[in-house]
Design a protein around this ligand. Structure first.
Ligand SMILES: [Zn+2]
Length: 472
């Protein structure tokens, strides 16, 4: 990089590092301090416009308002107004009031002679400010090495403006003094002392600003440029990173959606399988039920067949007995009973239906009976017309009046039916319940009949059986 003056020196990399370190560590507050050739005036801190302070300055021979105003960085008119004087009234020994508008730090700091502060105005840039004070940009930057950004100057920022000698302006840090700084930057100590109006190294102390004549902060400019470049690159990187992160988020969301669809698919599959399993289960239950029904039907059919077989067996046994009885009755056609067992049969609960009668025809086969079935389904008991007939067993009257056996009465009980036939008249009504021994009607000869008698018949399940098996 080109030097700007004959005395300009390049700053070493270490110096740049130090400067940048200071720039980072030091907030950009520029303390005000005003130094005239004759004395240093310290002023109280002024925090707000309401409490603006002012400095009282004794006029020395040769002083002018313009010079004082420039020294304090205020307008001439402000001093005149605050003091209440006109310009030509200024005399040595006189006190003037300098209104101060700037914030001053409590600890006293010194600015090198000829250096004043410029407050950045709206629209100003480093180059316009440099041009305004006849400085090169590097000279301006050298006076303000702590400037953090070339692009971030804003209204109210304060810049040091060197009006006499140009050089690097640095703040004295703990442990530093004029001598060490001069050595560090490779400048003659005498020149530094002269530039800073110091006769002793102790004239300047920690926190004061020192001007190092001829030292140019080329590195600072470079660093600032680099920093600006880096900022641009970092912004690009950041944007790229953000785009990449957005892309990652997009990809992640996409994957999430895919995964959720997959989960939904699995869930659906599971549900379908469950539905199918449930259906199969119900089908199995239904089949089992149908099989149970079929088994039950088969069992019932078997039971019915067994009952029928038993009935047939009983019937055959009855037929055999009937045949025997018939054989007996052909040899002895009538049985006279003039007395009967008044006690009912212990096994069946039957009693004889009449007190006096003659058995004229037994149960069973009787080949000689012309014009009729050759099987007698009951027992015929001959008695005079009007002889009372009593219920042989209890039951409900299910027929009373003309029927298959002339005027007859049916007494039903469960699957048993007892028939009393050929009556002259009945003494009961259908629906009535009768006990054993109750009067049912009277002997007659209605229907197919050859003489007054009672046809007494017992049926089980609609089939006639041998009444002798029930009677006592
Ligand atoms: Zn008969």
């Amino acid at each position: 990089m080109k030097s700007f003056s004959k005395n300009a020196r390049r700053i070493t990399a270490a110096a740049i590092a130090l400067l940048l370190q200071q720039a980072v560590a030091t907030p950009l507050v520029f303390p005000y301090n005003f130094r005239t050739a004759t004395k240093t005036i310290s002023v109280k801190s002024v925090e707000s416009t309401v409490e603006r302070g002012s400095a009282i300055v004794r006029i020395q021979p040769g002083d002018s308002l313009t010079q004082i105003a420039a020294d304090y960085g205020v307008r001439v008119k402000s001093i005149m107004w605050a003091t209440g004087i006109k310009k030509d009234q200024l005399k040595p020994g006189m006190l003037v009031r300098v209104p101060l508008v700037a914030v001053v730090e409590n600890n006293i700091t010194k600015l090198p002679p000829g250096v004043f502060v410029h407050e950045v105005e709206s629209g100003e840039t480093l180059s316009t400010i440099a041009r305004r004070y006849g400085l090169s940009i590097i000279e301006l930057i050298s006076a303000n090495p702590y400037t953090s950004s070339l692009d971030r100057m804003k209204e109210g920022d304060r810049l040091f403006i060197p009006s006499a000698q140009r050089g690097l302006i640095v703040k004295i840090k703990p442990g530093q003094d004029l001598v060490s700084l001069a050595e560090f930057y490779g400048v003659d100590v005498g020149q530094v002392a002269k530039a800073n109006n110091a006769t002793l190294p102790s004239d300047l102390s920690e926190g004061d600003y020192v001007l190092l004549p001829g030292v140019m902060a080329e590195g600072t400019l470079e660093a600032l440029n680099t920093r600006r470049q880096n900022e641009i690159e970092n912004r690009k990187k950041r944007e790229l990173l953000e785009r990449y992160q957005r892309y990652l988020v997009f990809v992640k969301r996409k994957k999430q959606q895919q995964y959720e669809r997959y989960l939904a698919f699995l869930e659906e599959k599971k549900e379908r399988k469950a539905r199918e399993a449930e259906l199969a289960k119900q089908q199995a239950i239904e089949e089992a039920r149908q099989q149970a029904i079929a088994r039950e039907q088969a069992r019932k059919a078997e039971a019915r067949a067994a009952v029928l077989a038993k009935q047939r067996q009983q019937q055959q046994a009855a037929l055999a007995q009937q045949a025997r009885a018939a054989r007996r009755s052909t040899s002895k056609t009538s049985v006279v009973r003039t007395s009967f067992d008044s006690k009912p049969a212990a096994s069946t609960g039957f009693q004889w239906p009449m007190r006096s009668f003659t058995i004229t025809s037994g149960y069973g086969r009787r080949g000689f009976w012309i014009g009729s079935s050759n099987f007698h389904t009951g027992v015929d008991m001959g008695a005079p017309t009007g002889t009372p007939i009593y219920a042989a067993s209890s039951g409900r009257i299910t027929a009373s009046g003309w029927g298959s056996y002339g005027i007859n009465v049916f007494v039903s009980n469960g699957n048993m039916r007892v028939i009393y036939g050929h009556m002259s008249r009945t003494a009961v009504q259908v629906g009535q319940y009768v006990d054993r021994g109750d009067l049912l009607g009277y002997v007659g000869c209605t229907g197919i009949c050859t003489g007054p008698h009672l046809h007494f018949e017992v049926q089980i399940g609609g089939s006639h059986v041998n009444p002798y098996n029930y009677l006592p």
